[in-house]
Design a protein around this ligand. Structure first.
Ligand SMILES: Cc1ncc(COP(=O)(O)O)c(C=O)c1O
Length: 407
């Protein structure tokens, strides 16, 4: 869409929402922003659809792909944009069948991951009368810490699987041994995580390897894909992704627009196949029209609008080009590191390079704010993420500085 088309669509959606300035609204408290701080009549808001939505402050509480017209109706206009957005990501990027996925815009990848654990724990509890401690989440040791956090909150068990130090993969034998250890501790029901790019390495798990191990053992498992980092790059730069809804083993996916899509914070996205999100329903949320199925509760519709605007601006080919430029730049960086004799891990479809720390000259990490695998101890790895703002000059300067320091 062109800029005027995007603006037109967002302003029409806002006009469809109930408006505190012109409607009689007595029942819904607290969502008219303080007028001393937030000026509703500022001229620039006429040309700024995201900021206009932010100031209007529509509440997207609930899950609108599920409730549709039966949900909270005050802000139906922008909620429809969120429904369109979930369809765009799940169907056009993650290959789901039409209208086969529910989802919502979460505060971030952490909540979206924990939402998945919550749905599956409740599923095992409701359908199998499982106790929380009989449910475990298993994940590669390189996975994000949100899985430990979620297990802690939900009272389920967390079992990391050791990875191969060089290629960061998990093996069938490693997974199998972890499952058996979990079973010895009383675990009967499993939640398996497959990463579409880990945080520190950009490594990618094989969901079929994971699924085959559980299936060979005839054990109940549900698989969640953590695409918080990779979700807006890997589907555009890889040719053989198995980490989407075209794979029947995958049941839910997290992506984060506030990472590779360059959206404002507050733009995690949780997606799950139809007929699953009801396991996270809170029946006591009876004052919310259409109930609530999310962890977050009240949330601003501006976040959904921002993601929708970015995707509609670039379009599929535009975004593919943008992500491919990052891969070319990362290739360039890796060639220079090869030339300098620096060893590193890098997945060819991703823009993360983790270098073996002892080889990196002392002044470099602080100058370039590199991220270490362990800030509390002697680092083993220093990580670079090649992004839009690092293209050209920052990467080039890094290469020059590295060459000088090593010489
Ligand atoms: C792979 C992965 N999952 C989950 C998260 C958590 O995302 P957030 O910080 O948005 O909650 C991150 C954050 O870096 C991540 O890299």
């Amino acid at each position: 869409m062109t800029k005027p088309e995007i603006k037109d669509r967002v302003y029409k959606a806002l006009a469809e929402n109930r408006n505190y300035d012109s409607d009689f609204i007595l029942g819904i408290p607290g969502t008219y922003l303080d007028t001393a701080q937030f000026h509703r009549d500022a001229n620039f808001l006429e040309d700024a659809p995201f900021l206009r939505t932010f100031i209007n402050n529509p509440n997207h509480i609930g899950c609108h792909t599920l409730t549709g017209d039966g949900g909270e109706d005050m802000f139906r206009g922008t909620q429809k944009i969120e429904v369109e957005l979930i369809r765009m990501i799940s169907e056009e990027i993650m290959n789901a069948d039409a209208k086969s996925v529910d989802g919502y815009v979460a505060p971030g990848g952490t909540e979206a991951n924990i939402q998945a654990l919550w749905v599956y724990r409740n599923y095992y509890q409701q359908e199998f009368k499982a106790a929380a401690h009989e449910v475990a989440v298993v994940f590669s040791a390189d996975s994000h810490y949100s899985f430990y956090k979620g297990a802690n909150i939900l009272g389920i068990r967390a079992f990391p699987i050791a990875v191969n130090e060089e290629d960061r993969s998990i093996s069938k034998e490693g997974l199998s041994a972890v499952i058996e250890a979990a079973q010895k501790e009383g675990v009967k029901y499993f939640i398996a995580i497959a990463n579409m790019s880990t945080t520190m390495f950009g490594s990618v798990d094989d969901p079929d390897l994971i699924g085959e191990v559980f299936e060979a053992k005839n054990l109940p498992y549900k698989m969640h894909v953590d695409g918080a980092f990779g979700g807006f790059i890997y589907p555009f730069t890889s040719t053989d992704s198995k980490l989407d809804f075209a794979n029947p083993r995958v049941n839910s996916i997290t992506v984060d627009a506030h990472k590779m899509l360059m959206a404002p914070y507050g733009t995690g996205v949780f997606m799950i196949r139809k007929d699953w999100i009801h396991y996270a329903a809170t029946s006591e949320a009876s004052y919310v029209q259409g109930l609530d199925y999310t962890m977050v509760g009240s949330r601003s519709g501006a976040q959904a609008v921002s993601i929708w605007m970015i995707l509609m601006t670039h379009g599929p080919r535009g975004w593919k080009n943008t992500m491919e430029r990052l891969i070319i730049e990362t290739d360039k960086l890796c060639h220079a590191l090869d030339d300098m004799g620096i060893t590193y891990f890098r997945h060819p479809s991703l823009n993360i390079v983790s270098m073996h720390a002892p080889q990196i000259p002392k002044n470099i990490p602080s100058k370039y704010r590199l991220v270490s695998d362990n800030f509390g101890a002697e680092p083993k790895w220093w990580k670079i993420v090649v992004m839009q703002h690092t293209l050209g000059k920052v990467v080039d300067q890094f290469i020059t500085d590295m060459r000088e320091a090593l010489a």
